[in-house]
Design a binder for this molecule. Structure first.
Ligand code: B12
Length: 312
């Protein structure tokens, strides 16, 4: 966290989704940001500046005026207790989340999630807290600790929270992704995370959820003329029985497989793309790699095999 200032205003603005003019106004009016200057006089912001902007957004969302929110951020920075709580690392917050969920403390868990998203934003929250938390649940289960009731309670709460953030994610002019877990598969949370980050890059999502049979996939993708279909499963056993259907889908439009069940070999066999990163990183890379082939006007994703409309 304590790195030298290095972010130009455009980059900071992109990360926190706040217009540069507003960032400069917060700096001028409230001293919220304390940029260094490059040799050529450009403002250079630190991670502490980014953190203060996120805290400011969090306070604004809770209903404070800008002046009050800025004072609140300053107070949090000064009062070490409050600051420590607010600036807990993502992993510390993941631990707090675990404690709340293990106690079936719904309000407590939401309060931790408020701080997690408010301070670190969606992508870091996913990558650095939610995924590690979920992995921990699996590891504890393997050691015979933590029961199914807790796991169901925890995943229901987290999924509900993520789907609340997803409201309206199928609207707008962006490219269309059909997202689903194949037949028999219930592990939807990472797919929802993927969709949320894709949405933040301007995509529209048509989310079909758990246990989606191939016929439904075909129908949905045709109906919305999807630009891509993304399927996620924890085991390749979910993909293998429908391999023929998946090849059929991949013949018509880009198909991507993700989750523990997606291997590069399987994806290559099905002419699909294999998403191997965590959901946030994968969505970010995926949206960057999605290109429009000017020669035939069709869109495609780099790394998809040999389909004629895909850019290789
Ligand atoms: C939460 C959870 C559930 C929840 C799911 C709720 C929901 N809506 O998602 C519930 C309670 C429903 C559930 C049910 C079951 N579960 Co479960 N579950 C989990 C748990 C704890 C987290 C799942 C998760 O979100 N993983 C996401 C991350 C943490 O997993 P990861 O492997 O690190 O993923 C990496 C990459 O693969 C990638 N990735 C993963 N998914 C995706 C998706 C996209 C789009 C992208 C881009 C990337 C990506 O990101 C990670 C890299 O950082 C896992 C433990 C685990 N380690 O996964 C068990 C786990 C997946 N479950 C397991 C089992 C056995 C079951 C049940 C059979 C048991 C049961 N009776 O409860 C049922 C089966 C349900 C079904 N038919 O699908 C096993 C699966 C073993 C296997 N490989 O087949 C696991 C691994 C637990 C274990 N160690 O035994 N489960």
């Amino acid at each position: 966290m304590n790195q030298a200032p290095k972010l130009r205003i455009g980059e900071l603005s992109y990360r926190v989704r706040v217009r540069p003019e507003l960032l400069r106004a917060w700096e001028r009016r409230y001293g919220l940001l304390q940029p260094a200057r490059s040799e050529r006089g450009f403002r250079l912001y630190s991670e502490a500046d980014e953190r203060r902007v996120r805290l400011m957004q969090h306070e604004l969302q809770s209903g404070l005026s800008a002046a009050e929110a800025a004072r609140e951020v300053a107070r949090m920075e000064c009062e070490s207790d409050a600051a420590d709580r607010a600036l807990a690392t993502p992993l510390e917050l993941a631990r707090e989340l675990r404690a709340a969920l293990e106690a079936f403390d719904e309000a407590g868990a939401h309060e931790v999630l408020d701080r997690l998203f408010g301070i670190y934003g969606l992508e870091r929250a996913i990558r650095e807290a939610l995924m590690p938390y979920l992995r921990g649940v699996g590891e504890r289960r393997e050691r015979g600790q933590g029961g199914i009731p807790h796991e169901r309670f925890a995943s229901g709460l987290i999924e509900g929270r993520l789907l609340a953030l997803a409201r309206g994610w199928n609207k707008g002019p962006g490219r269309r992704a059909v997202l689903a877990c194949p037949s028999g598969e219930e592990h939807t949370i990472p797919l929802v995370c993927f969709g949320l980050v894709l949405r933040s890059r301007g995509w529209r999502n048509i989310y079909l959820g758990a246990d989606t049979p191939p016929s439904t996939l075909h129908m949905a993708a045709d109906t919305v003329d999807a630009d891509v279909i993304v399927l996620s499963a924890v085991s390749s056993d979910r993909f293998e029985p429908i391999a023929r259907d998946l090849k059929g889908l991949a013949r018509k439009r880009p198909l991507a497989l993700a989750g523990g069940g997606a291997t590069p070999a399987l994806a290559a066999r099905l002419d699909a793309k294999c998403l191997t990163d965590d959901p946030a990183t994968a969505a970010e890379a995926f949206s960057r790699s999605f290109v429009c082939d000017k020669s035939n006007g069709r869109a495609g994703v780099r790394g998809y095999g040999r389909k004629p409309h895909l850019v290789g």
